[in-house]
Design a protein around this ligand. Structure first.
Ligand code: GDP
Ligand code: MG
Length: 217
């Protein structure tokens, strides 16, 4: 089993959206896929991300039929904030996270682990979200956005991943509404600096190939 840690330059950039897209793509290629979101905040009556991930995993992988929402998202908090803040004076129960991870990893070839927010969202007094990449021995996929400001956001997150020596890939999740401005404002720079940045949904096949290369080496 191999896992990918799906992070982003910020919240609401498209981690869940990209994860669902990748789950479908990997499943079409014959992989048994699974999903995991160790911590979700802003959970009142519904575990929004968790439910999307669970439904997709059940649709694509028969081994996930007996998996519950508590397995996919073992830790939830009501406040829509960084876990450090949302947990108030509670402790993060890492045993619960470990238990869920062990259960899920037996049921898939590829597990997509979605973080909360961006890389430096604090979990508690000791850890940031990016620490989950190492914790689960996962390759990070940084999802960036296509709005004004994305060049700066992308560089900062990529520099952080390099500095921490975390193996990673990155892509742009380009929403239709951002397409025109992205092509005019951002793409000329990305082409100059990164040559061939991967832009979803167009470059999903290239991203898939790079992800597979990563897990086979
Ligand atoms: P996350 O917080 O990083 O996981 O972001 P989400 O994946 O939940 O995306 C935030 C919102 O934007 C959700 O309502 C998504 O359905 C929507 N969204 C994200 N990416 C796209 C996209 O490429 N196209 C469209 N139409 N909507 C998107
Ligand atoms: Mg999400």
């Amino acid at each position: 089993m191999k896992s990918f840690f799906i992070s982003a330059t910020n919240t609401n950039v498209g981690k869940t959206y990209t994860t669902l897209m990748l789950m479908e793509f990997f499943a079409k290629k014959g992989y048994k896929v699974g999903a995991f979101k160790p911590i979700e905040t802003g959970v009142l009556d519904r575990v929004e991300d968790g439910e999307k991930l669970l439904n997709k995993a059940k649709e694509l992988n028969p081994d996930f039929q007996d998996i519950t929402i508590e397995d996919i998202v073992p830790i939830t908090f009501t406040l829509p904030a960084a876990p450090f803040v949302a947990k108030k004076d509670q402790k993060i129960d890492y045993k619960k996270i470990d238990f869920a991870f062990e259960k899920l990893k037996k049921k898939c070839d590829v597990l997509f682990i979605e973080g909360a927010g961006g890389l430096m969202v604090p979990i508690d007094e000791r850890y940031f979200m990016a620490d989950f990449a190492k914790y689960f021995d996962a390759i990070t996929l940084l999802v960036s956005h296509g709005k004004l400001g994305c060049i700066n956001d992308t560089h900062l997150s990529l520099n952080f991943l390099k500095q921490k020596k975390l193996p990673h890939l990155w892509c742009v999740n380009l929403k239709d509404s951002d397409k025109n401005s992205f092509l005019k404002i951002t793409f000329p720079y990305y082409r100059y600096y990164f040559q061939n940045p991967m832009i979803l949904p167009m470059d999903i096949e290239t991203l898939y190939t790079k992800m597979i290369n990563f897990i086979q080496h």
